[in-house]
Design a protein around this ligand. Structure first.
Ligand SMILES: [Mg+2]
Length: 287
């Protein structure tokens, strides 16, 4: 940090329905302009932590006028990109960090091992990377035995992996990703904090849904936006209460600068809760 900026603050945000207002709830008109203002502060390091592929992160930034972050965790957590001028540069230390899960095996070795399985087809090369195998899955097949078979095959290789299964309704197709087990949002957030020498008191994560729960309940300062589902809220509160860490989760309620607490408004409200000077940065008038 140079100039008069105070100590850095690392703000890690989920994208869909956290920063991007693409849920059913209404967005306050000032939410995104103020979020852009926060991101422009010299103290603030911004990271998007999303399941999206990097091209879809770019698309969201353009479509919704989001601030370009300093870092983006993309490709279902398998790649961390650092922003350099107009480029995304992969952070190779992250590849090393998660690559250990697969030992000496490479993408091609694992593909080879799954190649005889009926009902899955490798997606095009631009959907693959060193640490992500992506398949199309024929929905005519019974999914549960298919996934069991794939799990068995991968377990036989002795690798640590996770399977991410989803359905592309529009295309009528199943999508399956095979990833290193440690390519998670929580691991990515902790990796970034370590890399950037960010103290726990200067780290804030914001999210909205089930796949954010491991970070929301990790004991790092975390914000749940107001538009989050009740089940997510209840699960997070329960997990944190059990660990005596309830005060490390802030649930937005909509009392910051006249905004409703949904999406970016909730992120800002939570940041102000943990980092009080953020209110001054944004010109908050307090009674
Ligand atoms: Mg989300």
């Amino acid at each position: 940090m140079t100039g008069e900026a105070g100590p850095a603050l690392l703000l890690c945000c989920d994208l869909d329905r956290t920063v991007i207002p693409n849920g059913a709830d209404e967005e306050s008109p000032m939410a995104r302009p103020l979020f852009r203002e926060l991101a422009a502060r010299p103290e603030v390091l911004l990271a998007y932590v999303s399941g999206r592929h990097i091209a879809l992160i770019d698309e969201a930034i353009a479509e919704y006028g989001l601030p370009v972050p300093d870092y983006a965790v993309g490709d279902v957590g398998t790649t961390i990109y650092r922003r350099d001028e107009d480029d995304w540069l992969p952070v190779i230390e992250w590849a090393r960090e998660i690559g250990g899960d697969w030992g000496t095996l490479r993408h091609a070795d694992i593909v080879e091992h799954l190649s005889q399985i009926d009902g899955i087809v490798l997606q095009p090369p631009d959907r693959q990377n060193l640490h992500k195998l992506s398949f199309f899955v024929d929905l005519e097949h019974e999914i549960s035995p298919l996934l069991t078979l794939i799990r068995e095959r991968l377990a036989n290789l002795g690798i640590r992996f996770s399977l991410i299964w989803s359905v592309d309704e529009a295309a009528g197709m199943g999508l399956l990703d095979v990833l290193p087990a440690s390519a998670t949002k929580l691991h990515a957030v902790e990796f970034l904090a370590r890399r950037l020498s960010i103290d726990d008191s200067r780290l804030v994560f914001a999210g909205d849904s089930g796949n954010d729960l491991p970070v929301l309940c990790s004991g790092h300062q975390a914000v749940l936006v107001r538009n989050a589902a009740h089940e997510v809220r209840d699960a997070a509160v329960k997990a944190l209460e059990e660990q005596g860490m309830r005060d490390l989760l802030y649930i937005a309620r909509g009392d910051f600068m006249g905004m409703n607490g949904n999406y970016c408004a909730g992120v800002l409200e939570g940041v102000r809760h943990f980092i009080p000077e953020a209110g001054e940065w944004l010109g908050e008038v307090r009674a």
